[in-house]
Design a protein around this ligand. Structure first.
Ligand SMILES: Cc1ncc(COP(=O)(O)O)c(C=O)c1O
Length: 381
């Protein structure tokens, strides 16, 4: 028996639709946009249909402004390196995943100035400190939407409004919220959104992308063949080709389309509410277990579907290993690719045990998990 509670890393299981559509794409063949023959044209149409689906759920009216990448990390790098250059200033938060922190560190070494807005109690984002951080050369604001450690949401509406007021684009890392919360660029003051295809959107690994608002222009991050304007020595300047060099993951993108269709049929709100209910059951149960320390508050309805805890001062890896080896419960323990956020939470040594259910998770599985944590607590504390 396995109880999979690591959907924050990648969602599992995938809906049947995803597997079926990927099989069909493998059987159909074709390299999207490469060659004028029917097979490649159909592969390109299939990719375009997924752009259309994604542009609908992210509230933009030009499917060509959905750019596919291999994951959220590549999407974020494409945006950061496509906008920032030496002498520019960027504002970010201290809760960021290494997908943002590490490229920003590289850019800092190349002459970009970085301001990191720290939280006061480990989770909060100081809007006052942020509003005061803008300079004449501020070219970008970049933050995550939800912490991948605790699930806590940043006040992205206010962050975006303040950036808009200053005429600075806002890049949102929606790794933990794409497919979970409605993210409509018509109403949300976000200019560029980076998403993974393999988490909340229920697609396969190797998928992700950027949604680029009308007023944003990015330099290419990778150069090469696009199947368009092949007579030119230079990269095409139109989207998505400018930012999509090399063969696309056509099979994965088809699967991502299957995941999004499934999600829309279930209703994103229904899926999120079920996940939040499961998280609330986890939180309520954990609160009764001796030695449990919870991170990110106790109201699951206000967070991404993530529950983070520790048992006393025990190394989270020990707890995670015991849950896996003795009870078949798959959590994620240790440090979660966000060292600054761990420092703010005071968990840089201990890490945290992260439980992230999906709507496929059952209440019975949550009950089993709580029983297992109680036993581990009794054994270790
Ligand atoms: C907040 C956040 N940003 C970025 C990423 C990177 O996503 P990917 O693995 O798709 O590159 C993750 C992955 O867990 C994440 O949680």
């Amino acid at each position: 028996m396995m109880i999979y509670l690591d959907n924050g890393a990648t969602s599992w299981p995938k809906p049947q639709e995803v597997k079926l559509i990927m099989n069909e794409a493998l059987d159909s063949g074709g390299n999207p946009g490469r060659g004028g023959h029917g097979v490649s044209m159909e592969a390109a149409r299939s990719v375009y249909r997924v752009r259309e689906l994604l542009s609908k759920i992210f509230g933009i009216n030009k499917p060509t402004r959905v750019v596919f990448t291999s994951n959220a990390t590549q999407a974020i790098n494409t945006a950061l390196f496509g906008i920032l250059k030496s002498g520019d200033h960027v504002i970010t938060s201290s809760l960021e995943h290494n997908a943002v922190t590490r490229p920003l560190n590289v850019l800092e070494n190349r002459g970009v100035k970085v301001t990191r807005i720290s939280g006061r109690s480990g989770n909060e984002f100081s809007l006052e400190e942020y509003a005061a951080a803008f300079r004449d050369n501020t070219k970008l604001v970049v933050t995550l939407h939800a912490s991948n450690i605790s699930g806590v949401l940043l006040p992205v509406e206010q962050i975006g409004e303040i950036a808009r007021g200053k005429g600075v684009p806002y890049l949102l890392d929606a790794a933990q919220t794409a497919g979970v919360y409605p993210l409509d660029l018509n109403s949300l003051p976000v200019d560029i959104l980076a998403f993974p295809g393999h988490k909340g959107l229920l697609g396969p690994q190797g998928t992700g992308g950027l949604v680029i608002g009308d007023n944003c222009s990015l330099r290419p991050f990778i150069y090469g063949g696009t199947g368009s304007l092949s007579e030119l020595d230079s990269q095409p300047d139109f989207l998505p080709d400018a930012l999509e060099s090399g063969t696309l993951n056509g099979v994965g993108i088809a699967g991502l389309g299957g995941g999004v269709k499934y999600l829309l049929a279930q209703g994103m709100d229904n899926v999120r509410k079920r996940e939040q209910q499961l998280c609330q059951s986890l939180i309520d149960g954990l609160l009764h277990i001796p030695g449990v320390k919870l991170y990110g508050g106790t109201d699951a309805a206000t967070k991404a579907p993530i529950v983070a805890f520790n048992l006393g001062e025990i190394d989270s890896m020990i707890v995670g290993d015991m849950l896996d080896e003795e009870y078949g419960i798959i959590s994620r323990a240790g440090l979660h690719c966000a060292p600054h956020a761990h420092r703010m939470l005071g968990t840089i040594e201990q890490g945290v045990v992260r439980l992230s259910p999906s709507h496929f998770t059952t209440e019975v599985e949550i009950g089993e998990t709580l029983k297992a944590v109680a036993k581990v607590s009794k054994e270790l504390l």
